[in-house]
Design a protein around this ligand. Structure first.
Ligand SMILES: Nc1ncnc2c1ncn2[C@@H]1O[C@H](COP(=O)(O)OP(=O)(O)OP(=O)(O)O)[C@@H](O)[C@H]1O
Ligand SMILES: [Mg+2]
Length: 242
């Protein structure tokens, strides 16, 4: 099954993920098509980050499979999946604080097939985030939250991902910066990168998404076009715990 005739880039088929004996994800079926922007919504502890970790192979599902670019990557390492074109902007950015902005961007490029960052990769990122060029010699740990978010996105883009996974990009940002970072996400999406964005900020995430899924205690309870989910009256009350 594909959306708008586009080919599925990522497919989760019947995923069950456990931490020890605790069953976290239950029969999760999800897909992201080429060029699509998909939001994964859910309250605290609903399994959003675990879904991203399962996609990346940081945790292994007990049942089910992960397909990426029409290949079953379930048994593959995280580094293999990154080489194949996944990239992540992790929860709380996780920058290399004692390294400069430029060194952080270089680290992103190291993960890709090409190795060191090429001039055009830096230029692409600096065009998207001119501020990073201005601040390229500043230590990442001394940047503001919004600036760190830009470095985290820039770092992920250095590897030319086909699929960008983002874990709560709006977390800890002031409203104006939330808006700015969603504008940037949209820009990256328009450049053709497919994205799966984990968010608790449902309105913001759905306002830029093509489709969305809602997780509640490890099960997908709602899915559909973003415009339909936005109009879903009980979405917040019933599933997002607010
Ligand atoms: N390494 C782990 N060992 C045991 N339990 C874990 C581990 N990581 C996560 N969990 C549990 O799995 C459940 C889902 O966690 P997860 O981080 O996926 O939630 P989340 O939806 O990302 O939440 P949040 O919005 O707070 O980030 C939680 O109950 C959490 O305590
Ligand atoms: Mg999380």
């Amino acid at each position: 099954m594909s959306t708008n005739g586009a080919r599925p880039l990522l497919r989760l088929n019947g995923i069950d993920t456990y931490y020890g004996q605790i069953h976290i994800l239950e029969n999760v079926n999800l897909q992201v098509c080429e060029g699509e922007l998909v939001s994964l919504l859910g309250g605290n502890a609903s399994g959003k980050s675990t879904t991203l970790k399962t996609i990346l192979g940081i945790v292994q599902p007990r049942n089910g499979s992960v397909e990426f670019r029409e290949e079953d990557v379930t048994g593959r390492t995280t580094s293999y999946r990154i080489k194949r074109g996944m990239a992540i902007v992790p929860e709380n950015r996780r920058l290399f604080g004692p390294m400069t902005v430029l060194e952080n961007l270089e680290m992103g490029a190291y993960l890709s097939r090409e190795g060191r960052g090429r001039k055009e990769d830096f230029e692409r990122v600096y065009t998207l985030f001119p501020l990073l060029h201005e601040r390229r010699s500043q230590l990442a740990g001394t940047l503001s939250g919004g600036e760190q978010q830009m470095v985290a996105m820039g770092r992920a883009l250095m590897s030319h991902p086909k699929l960008l996974l983002m874990d709560e990009p709006s977390m800890g940002l002031a409203p104006i910066l939330v808006e700015r970072s969603f504008e940037i996400i949209q820009q990256v999406h328009e450049a053709g990168v497919a994205m799966l964005i984990v968010e608790q900020n449902a309105n913001m995430a759905l306002s830029i998404a093509d489709r969305g899924y809602v997780l509640s205690t490890g099960r997908l309870v709602l899915e559909g076009p973003a415009s339909e989910l936005l109009e879903h009256e009980d979405l917040r009350k019933a599933y997002l715990g607010r």
